[in-house]
Design a protein around this ligand. Structure first.
Ligand code: DGL
Length: 251
């Protein structure tokens, strides 16, 4: 629990625009906390990179983040969480939260569960452990290498056919969106498979609220939301787009 912090500030990180889905939910839950969104849009995708390269890039950004002495940081990226959260938690002394594919509730809902994630997430030890713990013989994992970059480039004019062409053509009873970029195309993915779709957005945002909840009550001034690194103009535009069209993220 973070106590006695006068002006809580949280840094949220993703390779590109995907993490804005999680930023949005965090901002909504913590209206008196300041947020800075860090991204690396010009080097998306991260999802095909080997662990060593991912850690190198993410650590460069966390060096920047640590200078602002944040109350907490959120890895709004399943790939970054899977491959680098242990390294970052060992190195930095502020709380670092991550996001993981919501395999547990999806598998518990029964039937065939289709898990979509980046190749790097699927290869990670933490994903293998998650699958071993919560998956079953009816759980099917597909590494999508082109979907996140497609969404990164096309979100503001997203075509259903463009997304559908990059999805595995199969039937499913539930789908897990194991990449925050996919959450931005949730409506299209949901109607393509015509079944419930799960992601870790709400769970991670609730976790952040639990950590910061107490100090949040002490702050009176308006919330600041800043965008830093990568294409911050585009990231702000995507945030405003989600704000205007909340149904982008609604279940
Ligand atoms: N948004 C990231 C995730 O949740 C990955 C996107 C990328 O490949 O850069 O995994």
């Amino acid at each position: 629990m973070v106590n006695n912090v006068q002006n809580p500030s949280v840094c949220v990180f993703d390779s590109g625009i995907g993490g804005i889905s999680l930023l949005f939910e965090c901002v909504r839950r913590l209206p008196r906390v300041d947020f800075t969104y860090f991204a690396d849009n010009y080097r998306v995708p991260y999802g095909n990179l080997p662990r060593a390269e991912l850690i190198k890039r993410i650590d460069e950004i966390f060096e920047e983040i640590s200078k602002s002495n944040p109350s907490a940081a959120v890895l709004a990226c399943n790939t970054a969480t899977a491959q680098s959260i242990d390294f970052l938690r060992n190195k930095y002394d502020f709380p670092i939260l991550g996001i993981q594919p919501a395999i547990k509730p999806a598998v518990e809902s029964g039937g065939k569960c289709l898990v979509l994630a980046t190749p790097s997430t699927v290869k990670s030890e933490s994903f293998k452990n998650l699958l071993e713990r919560y998956g079953n013989s009816n759980t099917c994992v597909v590494a999508c290498d082109k979907l996140a970059p497609y969404i990164e480039q096309n979100l503001l004019n997203l075509s259903a056919t463009g997304v559908e062409n990059l999805l595995p053509q199969c039937k499913a009873d539930s789908v897990v969106l194991g990449c925050t970029h996919y959450v931005l195309a949730k409506k299209i993915i949901q109607s393509f498979y015509d079944c419930p779709v799960y992601d870790g957005i709400v769970g991670t945002a609730d976790h952040l609220k639990n950590i910061l909840g107490i100090c949040d009550h002490n702050v009176q001034r308006a919330q600041k939301i800043a965008f830093s690194g990568g294409d911050s103009y585009k990231n702000r535009k995507v945030f405003n787009y989600i704000l205007m069209q909340e149904e982008v993220l609604s279940p």
